[in-house]
Design a protein around this ligand. Sequence first.
Ligand SMILES: [Zn+2]
Length: 411
Amino acid sequence: MPDRQLLERVPDGGGHHGARDAVRREAGRPAYLQRLSAQGGVGAATGRHPHIVPPGPGRQTGAMRATTIHAPFDIRSGDAPEPAVQRPTDAVVRVTASCVCGSDLWRYRGEHEFTPDTRIGHEFVGVVEALGDAVTTLAVGDFVITPFVWSDNTCRNCRNGINTSCEHGGGFGMADREGLLVDGGQGEIVRVPLADGTLVSTPTMPTDEQVPDLLALSDVMGTGWHCARGAAVAAGDTVAVIGDGAVGLSAVLSTRLMGAGRIIVMSRHKDRQQLATDWGATDVVEERGDEGAARVLELTDGLGVDAALECVGTDAAMQTAIAVTRPGGRVGYVGVPHGIELPMGTLFSKNIQLGGGVASVRQYLPELRDRVLAGEIHPGRVFDLQLPLAEVAEGYAAMHERRSIKTMLLP
Ligand SMILES: [Zn+2]
């Protein structure tokens, strides 16, 4: 797509094209689009063929910056081959912003095994730079949000709403079923397979302020939303949220949107308590374990909550969630489980339902995107540290040491 058409999609862009207008247009464009032009990306494309984009200045043809994990606590930023369309269903996306996920930290801490020198990152937003011939729902120049896994959105599992079990899908930063590398999200450019099913575009180019909000939809906000849905949170419910990481905080926001009447957040970090309160939490419980559960029961006159949202994945968090749930209540869970042993006897005797799992974020993207674009929610507030992609290792360290709730990376 020629430059002009891209500009006409920009809120402040468009109009006619004298040199002065061009300068004014550039000044009014979001900073990430100006960066894109400088890098020689879509906005600067001069070729008539939309698939051909010249390399950026100062960078060798065929190289881009990408993140790899070499060993526990050893995250590196270096050059990788620039991806290109390899299949007709592919999109090549130039990353506007990416971030570090709590689940990346499991590998970082050496608690999940991995092959050394693996590409990493699965949350990003960006601008479509090239498309395979079979892609019909996207155009070069579109701003897109990706869910943290790619999927066709048409197979039996996707039609049932579980894109994370797509019969043809897969993850970022690893080889696909035929052995072709799918780039990690913590990089400059990503080849996205099954683009029609995976990517959700915005109707216009978002502003700089909207970019973090849209980025949060690629995982944490959709995951918090999934947790609240898993626990069937309904208007007037009393809810407890276990976990004050980015997902737990997003779960607070989600339950408020679903109409919960009382939202108890379990948190002992002041900055996180503040954000939870801004997002609708009515009570804060600082105690943990048995003490924390006792405090939640006290707050609910000994009954327990209608819904407990487990957003951590540890046995302690799950036991707390079950302990604070009233008889006949629901537990939602989205933390990647580590050593959880379910007390079936308690679940049986208290008639507690369990709902959740790995979040099918793709299902929620259109609705959450529209809420962001309408200015209704600002889930990007979970990003409290912003770093250049080259300093990604510091982002991991900051999140590991809990100096940052969630770190955003800019190329
Ligand atoms: Zn599928």
